[in-house]
Design a protein around this ligand. Structure first.
Ligand code: MRU
Length: 351
């Protein structure tokens, strides 16, 4: 059963990409209109829009914006397609880990090359495809939610890390979609949300989303999860994913691997919720997933204030990879994939 969420993170409106500005939540709610592919590059890089499926759609819209721009000055179709491909490569370079960005841009470039018509017809087809993919994203999340809700025990307390919610997608969410669907069936379920340093997506975004929907949520700091697991206060873990390799190894927000190890030690089921567009079957294992290194300031500062010695060394990987043996199941729009993941993932792509 679907639980309605009013949040629409990114949408195509009057030839612009309108998105919720996630850098200012929860203090302020505002949307921004992205009008060019260059603006889209920075919206993704600076995390105005973030979360794997949401940046997938941002990539899709980015190509539509590039097409609109190029169609104003180029009349030769092959020149237009070549330049569009270049702009697509530029958009893909904004963030390296979430494969949905590559998926979104590649889909649009491929579509453009297949359209028989003129430049205006190509541009129109790209815009229409973007709107179709937006709607599909929400439908896929609701399907995942329904599958995932089946494995949530009655009255469970669910731990999640980072934000894999409506804000990380067009709407409804992946991991938080599972929570929304489970809550619609059983309003006694509760959530523990990890703060998720350094950017605090758990504290800033997940608690905002879930409490707005009336889902009881407790915020904890990242180091607390094993304490609560040892007290029997967590029944399952559901997180999202930025890229899943063909063997099920999963890149997600830094700190996820620690949660997965703690869950294994305490015999707590650990689920990933992600659409098939997050699975990169071209890579055999998580070793091949590029990990984004983000700015040192995310670690040295909180809310603009220094929190450490000025000459300390800093390292800031944005993601880690959870090995497949720590994962109980991968919740997708085609059902829950179980170990061995190499086989179940390959079958999901065949059916
Ligand atoms: O750096 P972000 O905020 O874009 O990272 C997003 C995540 O890692 C989320 O936790 C998520 O699971 C992937 S998006 C559903």
């Amino acid at each position: 059963m679907a639980f309605e969420s009013k949040i629409k993170t990114i949408e195509w409106v009057d030839n612009v990409s309108r998105m919720i500005d996630q850098t200012v939540l929860p203090k302020e709610y505002k949307t921004v209109d992205i009008k060019t592919d260059e603006e889209m590059f920075f919206a993704i890089k600076d995390m105005i829009v973030r979360g794997a499926p949401a940046i997938g759609i941002a990539g899709v819209h980015g190509v539509s914006l590039a097409a609109i721009e190029l169609s104003k000055s180029i009349t030769d179709k092959s020149e237009f397609l070549a330049k569009l491909k270049e702009r697509g490569e530029y958009l893909k370079s904004s963030r390296p880990t979430a494969v949905n960005l590559m998926w979104g841009v590649n889909q649009q470039i491929e579509l453009a090359s297949k359209i028989q018509g003129n430049i205006d017809e190509i541009t129109k087809a790209l815009i229409e495809n973007g709107i179709k993919l937006e709607n599909e994203d929400i439908e896929i999340n609701k399907k995942m939610g329904d599958y995932g809700a089946q494995v949530v025990p009655k009255g469970a307390t669910i731990l999640t890390h980072c934000n894999a919610g409506a804000l990380a997608t067009v709407g409804y969410g992946t991991a938080l979609g599972v929570i929304r669907s489970a809550f619609a069936k059983d309003p006694t379920i509760k959530v523990f949300a990890d703060e998720t340093r350094p950017r605090q997506q758990g504290a800033r975004l997940t608690t905002w989303e879930l409490t707005s929907d009336g889902i009881p949520t407790t915020l904890i700091t990242d180091g607390m999860c094993s304490y609560f697991m040892s007290k029997g206060m967590i029944d399952m873990v559901v997180v999202g994913a930025d890229r899943i390799a063909a063997n099920g190894d999963t890149a997600n927000k830094i700190g996820t691997y620690t949660v997965a190890i703690a869950a294994k030690y305490h015999n707590i089921p650990f689920y990933i919720a992600a659409p098939l567009s997050t699975i990169d079957i071209s890579i055999k294992s998580g070793k091949e997933i590029p990990i984004e290194e983000r700015s040192h300031e995310e670690v040295t500062h909180i809310n603009g204030d220094w929190i450490c010695a000025k000459d300390v060394n800093i390292i800031n990987p944005g993601f880690d990879v959870t090995p497949n043996e720590l994962i109980t199941g991968i919740i997708t729009e085609k059902g829950i994939l179980k170990p061995d993941f190499k086989t179940s993932i390959s079958n999901a792509f065949k059916s």
